[in-house]
Design a protein around this ligand. Structure first.
Ligand SMILES: [Mn+2]
Length: 337
């Protein structure tokens, strides 16, 4: 029988560990990495032997969070890098709401999971858990736990504080999303008060997380802006990426992920859409973002789905023009335009 734990029970359970594998979700983001490595650092300082593991390797842009440990930085989070001494070690997961998010590691590691620490409301618990859906980030959930685990009543270790700050910044879109409530800001302020600028400046953390783009991403956004088409007096913004353009520009999938962000900022735009041709086929993958109209209903008309303000589908068409025309007809209907 799985239990729901209190803050005190959660801290006690962590305090009792002598060795642990810290699991975090596939396609890791700043919250997952910041939280997992904050926990690793906090437990290591207590003499616990801890190692972080994830079904996917860390993106380069998040490696700086691991490297705050200097020479002790963990090189890889993949399963085959786990030192042999952890073969039977208990597992604690962070920011991992359901078994599916553990990817290939689920079968091997979830039966050994003794504690899941998370902030997602709609997960599927797979172990005794401490879940705070009102928290914006796993880092916000961990903050009071790690305060309990520190030695004495001094400030938090600066590297732990920096990682928790990065985790919270990451899941709130740099304190910009609606999940960043007063409690979230207070936790972040407490972490700033703990003082970690000697390790890394807070502004350097947010610059690396939010204001840093690779040349490929810039070229992807350049393509998005070059191909921008407006409809319904600018209430609809659509951009396209054909297979030929992708090849000509040498764009990898990770270079085209922010195309939608580059166009949805347009003033007066209510629905933004990107249409990316799937290889050399007559299939265009569509991402939709909305400031109000229900784009999940539009996506459903093409066999797709999603949320009210963010959805996806695929449109079949021989050319970009035909793909845009087919989609825009439905978008205009959704707007009543
Ligand atoms: Mn998270």
């Amino acid at each position: 029988m799985m239990q729901t734990l209190t803050l005190e029970q959660t801290a006690d359970r962590l305090a009792g560990l002598e060795q642990v594998l810290i699991l975090f979700h596939a396609r890791p983001d700043g919250d997952a990495v910041g939280s997992a490595f904050a926990l690793r650092r906090a437990l290591t300082l207590r003499g616990c032997d801890a190692w972080c593991v994830c079904p996917h390797e860390l993106p380069n842009r998040l490696r700086f969070l691991v490297e705050l440990d200097g020479e002790d930085a963990q090189n890889s989070v993949l399963a085959d890098a786990i030192p042999e001494r952890f073969t039977d070690a208990p597992v604690v997961s962070v920011d991992t709401a359901a078994p599916g998010q553990a990817g290939d590691l689920a079968e091997q590691l979830l039966p050994r999971c003794v504690l899941m620490i998370d902030h997602h409301a709609s997960g599927t618990p797979y172990a005794d858990s401490y879940i705070r859906p009102e928290a914006a980030a796993a880092g916000e959930v961990l903050y009071p736990i790690l305060m309990r685990l520190r030695e004495g009543d001094g400030p938090l270790d600066p590297i732990v504080a920096a990682r928790l700050f990065a985790a919270i910044a990451s899941d709130t879109g740099c304190f910009k999303f609606s999940n960043a409530g007063a409690a979230t800001h207070r936790a972040a302020a407490d972490l700033l008060d703990a003082g970690f600028a000697s390790v890394i400046e807070p502004a350097e953390i947010t610059r690396r997380l939010f204001d840093t783009k690779t040349p490929g991403v810039l070229r992807g956004e350049q393509t998005a802006l070059r191909n921008l088409r407006l409809f319904a007096d600018g209430r609809i913004a659509v951009t396209t990426l054909s297979h030929a353009e992708r090849e000509a520009e040498g764009l990898r999938p990770e270079d085209t992920e922010t195309m939608i962000e580059a166009i949805r900022v347009l003033a007066g735009c209510e629905i933004a859409a990107t249409m990316k041709q799937a290889d050399d086929t007559p299939l265009w993958r569509v991402s939709l973002r909305s400031t109000g109209p229900n784009v999940a209903e539009v996506a459903a008309q093409f066999g797709g789905g999603g949320h009210h303000r963010a959805a996806g589908c695929a449109v079949e068409a021989e050319t970009a023009d035909a793909a845009v025309a087919a989609l825009v007809e439905k978008l205009q209907a959704a707007l009543g335009a």
